[in-house]
Design a protein around this ligand. Structure first.
Ligand code: LLP
Length: 418
């Protein structure tokens, strides 16, 4: 069970976690190129429909070198901010391969995309008005709220009544009248109902709803069904991956039916983030302290929530592997421990009450499936330095793909005293 994932996938190629930490420092994000390429291929071929494209959702991981690989694998991309657009262009994506799905942005941010030739999706009637005032006669897409959502935590459910996203389907006439007022061309509609589902049914349901809405508009060039495809975070408990084949087949049938009826030239898109990058990433950290308090065995590491916030923010589970610094007596009992970080908050944890092999100071901890919403949500809280990122290439060799922050970086934003 221990090292199950990294052994099975030869995750570290011809190196070892301890060597990586020695060379690049701790904590450290490590990515495996072969797994990334494999997941890209799965998403690119997910729906057997000729005019289907997967747009990688950049927010999950915006590392420039990973984006280049994702582009090489033929995916396009969605962006949520000018910063994501900027990095996507630097990674070689063409403007027509980028879809800007923004939420509550200034006209300057919309125009940043428009001026680059990037299609913009707006997600409220008021933003559609703003767009129209500044781009009369322009092309635009609209984000629809299909009326329900899903997700692993309430904060990541983005459809239904309790969310700020999308325009409800009872506003179709209002959408049409704003389009008319500003002579806008509605080129696409999109949705995203939430993040992390392990069964296709709710997604399929939302696609049916979206297609019903799509049939009320004329001249659409694309329909974007959204992301949210889950990955098995509990592999050590034998959790199975999303069954993509029959899921994709079912969608293909629905899409074929719709396009035959309404629009044979339509392009269908999806927006996977997590599925593409989660499993190619492992976060490594080092054990610096141990203590017992109130019956809990704490393992103190450098994995604060500034490095990986998912457990603290969503109570999210990541499988843990232990890489001992010295050989240990195989007969020692496993222990139930809580792995915590070095941030000044009691809620700072990585794994709560887990049964793990004996852990000593100096051991390296591997946090599995940390490639999505790991580094991209990391911060400098407590003025800690964000970690470096390393890629294990297909030939097993490794290379640095992002520098660790330096102490000087912490002073960079301040105007210098003359
Ligand atoms: N499209 C839109 C418009 C989105 O807002 C998102 C994610 C995606 C696509 C990609 O969703 P995915 O395929 O990755 O589930 N930080 C959270 C997840 C937040 C997702 C936000 N939106 C987490 O760590 O679980």
């Amino acid at each position: 069970m221990d090292h199950y994932f990294t052994k099975q996938t030869n995750f570290y190629g011809n190196t070892h976690p301890h060597e990586l930490i020695e060379q690049y420092g701790s904590p450290l994000y490590v990515y495996n190129e072969s797994i990334l390429r494999q997941r890209c291929k799965e998403m690119a071929n997910f729906i057997p429909y000729p005019n289907y494209i997967a747009n990688y959702s950049t927010k999950a991981n915006a590392n420039l070198e990973l984006l280049k690989i994702i582009r090489e694998e033929g995916l396009h991309a969605d962006a949520m901010s000018p910063g994501e657009i900027y990095v996507l262009l630097a990674a070689g994506f063409k403007p027509e391969e980028i879809f800007y799905i923004c939420n509550n942005v200034s006209i300057e941010e919309m125009m940043y995309a428009v001026n680059l030739g990037i299609t913009v999706s707006v997600d409220s009637l008021s933003q559609l008005e703003t767009f129209g005032q500044h781009n009369p006669g322009g092309n635009v897409a609209v984000r629809i709220n299909p009326g329900f959502g899903i997700g692993h935590h309430e904060n990541v459910v983005t459809g239904g009544k309790k969310t700020k996203f999308g325009i409800n389907d009872d506003c179709i006439e209002e959408i049409k009248s704003i389009l008319k007022k500003y002579k806008l061309n509605l080129v696409g509609i999109n949705q995203h109902i939430g993040s992390l589902f392990m069964e296709g049914e709710p997604y399929i349901q939302s696609v049916r709803t979206l297609l019903d809405i799509a049939s009320k508009f004329e001249g659409l060039r694309f329909i974007d069904m959204g992301g949210g495809f889950g990955i098995p975070y509990k592999k050590q408990n034998d959790e199975k991956p999303l069954e993509l084949e029959s899921f994709g087949q079912q969608l293909a049938e629905i899409l074929h039916d719709w396009s035959a009826r309404y629009n044979p030239d339509i392009q269908f898109m999806s927006e996977p983030g997590r599925y593409v990058v989660a499993e190619c990433g492992v976060l490594l950290g080092t054990v610096h302290a141990k203590k017992e308090n109130g019956g809990i065995q704490y393992i103190g590491t450098d994995l604060g929530f500034n490095v990986l916030v998912r457990p603290v923010m969503y109570d999210a589970w990541h499988d843990i592997e232990i890489y001992p610094s010295n050989s240990k007596n195989e007969n020692l009992d496993w222990e139930t421990v809580t792995i915590v970080g070095n941030i000044c908050e009691s809620g700072d944890f990585i794994a709560y009450q887990r049964l793990l092999p004996p852990i000593s100071i100096g051991d390296v901890i591997g946090v599995m499936d940390a490639g999505a919403y790991g580094y991209s949500m990391a911060s400098n809280y407590n003025n800690r330095l964000r970690p470096a990122e390393v890629l294990i290439q297909e030939d097993g060799s490794h290379r640095l793909i992002r520098y660790r922050d330096t102490l000087e970086d912490l002073l960079r934003p301040f105007p210098s005293k003359k």
